[in-house]
Design a protein around this ligand. Structure first.
Ligand code: PMV
Length: 329
């Protein structure tokens, strides 16, 4: 047989404690650990077919043939898979997202988690979850957190072998929702790969890094004890630290828009009134409003009416990457 195929699906994740900055950007070894929740409602599904008749890798996303940087990134990733398997065969990759890419929803996380699993399986590598998570990390750091199920921590490690993500609690452990408030669906001007390399130019970076172990501990404790007040406090603090580093980098990175600020202001005000909500922002202007599931109807209705809000996508905690039968055409 000269073609070997596999299909995998994975969810993006929202970081409660953020990953920002690398110790080693080639291996994507992070400056700190991080913590996230997979998002069940959003999904990337990817088919990989290694075929001896191909003369180069090819990649289509949502039915559109990709070239340039997008194809190069996938092809470089496949080079690492080929190196692991000791093979040189090219692949066709077909991928579909159920959500807009480049909207601060970390599509690279679900993309590389699904690609890691599908390509490893198709080429005949039987990798344990830890090694699959390491492999996904080489495509996009946060992708290593989309491999294990549920609430996940990325152990930063000292070198490649020790830098992977593990499940802290399964998705059904806590009935949380992430309401993703989209104020601008456009592709962001500075992607996270370029952004990470600016972290060390900020005078606040070392202070942020020094505080992460304590924030990770609070986050772990909050999730395990289902303590929403503790979670809210640490999630907002950590998001603010990351954006403080971004804004004080050289050149500065400002991802928030006026509409972002309006949403954040309201989330603060509603929490002060007693609602179990908090907010976190990734490398984009959109706001992730994390809440107890019982707050969803109340909050979603209000979020939709705020100025600048284009849509609200709601997600429960999700599973890790897994193989599926249905091929992406
Ligand atoms: O995995 P990357 O390189 O796309 O970086 C993700 C960075 C943030 O989304 C801003 C934070 C995080 O931990 O997900």
């Amino acid at each position: 047989m000269n073609a070997r195929q596999a299909t995998a699906t994975a969810h993006p994740n929202i970081a409660f404690i953020k990953y920002w900055g690398n110790r080693d950007s080639r291996l994507r070894l992070p400056l700190t650990g991080s913590f996230s929740m997979n998002l069940a409602a959003l999904e990337t599904c990817t088919s990989v077919c290694f075929d001896e008749d191909l003369v180069a890798d090819c990649f289509d996303l949502n039915g559109v043939e990709q070239g340039g940087e997008s194809l190069t990134r996938v092809s470089r990733f496949l080079d690492q898979v080929r190196a692991l398997a000791g093979q040189s065969v090219y692949a066709r990759v077909s991928s579909a997202n159920t959500f807009p890419s480049g909207a601060g929803i970390a599509s690279s996380a679900s993309a590389f988690a699904a690609l890691a699993l599908a390509s490893a399986k198709a080429i005949g590598l039987a990798l344990p979850e830890k090694d699959l998570s390491r492999l996904a990390r080489l495509g996009s750091g946060s992708a290593c957190r989309s491999v294990p199920t549920g609430f996940v921590e990325w152990l930063p490690g000292e070198e490649d072998a020790g830098s992977y993500a593990v499940t802290i609690a399964p998705p059904e452990h806590w009935d949380l929702v992430d309401m993703i408030v989209v104020v601008d669906p456009r592709e962001k001007p500075v992607g996270s790969t370029a952004g990470h390399s600016l972290a060390q130019t900020s005078p606040l970076n070392s202070l942020r890094v020094a505080g992460v172990p304590a924030r990770l501990e609070s986050c772990r404790q909050a999730v395990l004890a289902r303590d929403f007040s503790l979670l809210a406090e640490v999630v907002e603090l950590d998001s603010n630290w990351m954006h403080a580093v971004m804004r004080t980098s050289n050149p500065p990175l400002v991802y928030w828009s006026v509409d972002t600020e309006v949403v954040l202001w309201h989330v603060q005000a509603w929490r002060a009134q007693g609602h179990a909500l908090c907010a976190s922002v990734d490398a984009g202007p959109n706001v992730h409003v994390i809440a107890l599931a019982e707050e969803q109807a109340w909050a979603e209705e209000r979020l939709r009416t705020l100025p600048g809000v284009q849509r609200v996508m709601v997600s429960q905690p999700g599973e890790g990457a897994r193989l599926v039968e249905q091929e992406v055409k």
